[in-house]
Design a protein. Structure first.
Length: 202
């Protein structure tokens, strides 16, 4: 009976570990601030006009938009990275500094990506902690992309940058998240340590 309870506790620890993950990205869906009234379904944002993010732009800024402009990935809004000015490369970027990382731990960055136009597609670099990955899309439907990295410090900057062809590449992103890779093995080891105590009382 007691051993059964120990197994139940072990399963509970595993479930708790899965549900306790916290997204270290703030405003990953670009839901704040809300759009100002616009007949086009988007507002250009620069600087820190999207909460918790920093925008670098040599044109009007990134476009925060709703379904009146293009389909969004989730929630009410997505953003579009502009391609900058002609003969200027790369295009716009948006970034956020992530704190509370643990050096040596593995984390996963994930997001939804689509292209403004299927013609020519969109190309975007995602950079964090010295790791840069390129992602492309040639579809107006959103797809989930992700990659892992190992933290080398407690604070790192996550950046998305349009690196595609001027006037063609317009990456649209949504639902940005950064999670610690689930420490399932640690939880299992902790649960297994309880088993001898349960077994000894049988």
């Amino acid at each position: 009976m007691k051993r059964t309870l120990i197994f139940a506790l072990a399963l509970g620890l595993l479930a708790l570990g899965g549900s306790a993950k916290a997204n270290l990205i703030l405003n990953g869906g670009f839901e704040t601030p809300p759009l100002s009234p616009s007949p086009y379904g988007y507002n250009y944002r620069t600087g820190t006009q999207i909460n918790d993010w920093t925008i670098s732009s040599i044109y009007n800024g990134v476009a925060q938009f709703d379904n009146n402009y293009r389909p969004v990935g989730a929630g009410n809004y997505s953003i579009q990275l502009e391609s900058g000015l002609k003969n200027s490369s790369p295009g716009d970027s948006i970034s956020q500094t992530v704190n509370s990382l643990v050096q040596g731990n593995t984390y996963q960055v994930s997001f939804l990506l689509s292209a403004y136009s299927a013609v020519g597609g969109a190309s975007m670099d995602v950079t964090i902690d010295g790791v840069t990955k390129n992602f492309t899309s040639s579809s107006q439907s959103y797809a989930s992309d992700s990659f892992d990295f190992v933290a080398t410090g407690s604070s790192e900057t996550l950046m998305f940058q349009n690196v595609g062809v001027y006037g063609v590449s317009y990456p649209q992103i949504d639902s940005v998240s950064l999670y610690a890779v689930p420490e399932t093995t640690t939880l299992v080891a902790g649960a297994l340590l309880l088993l001898p105590f349960g077994a000894s009382t049988l």
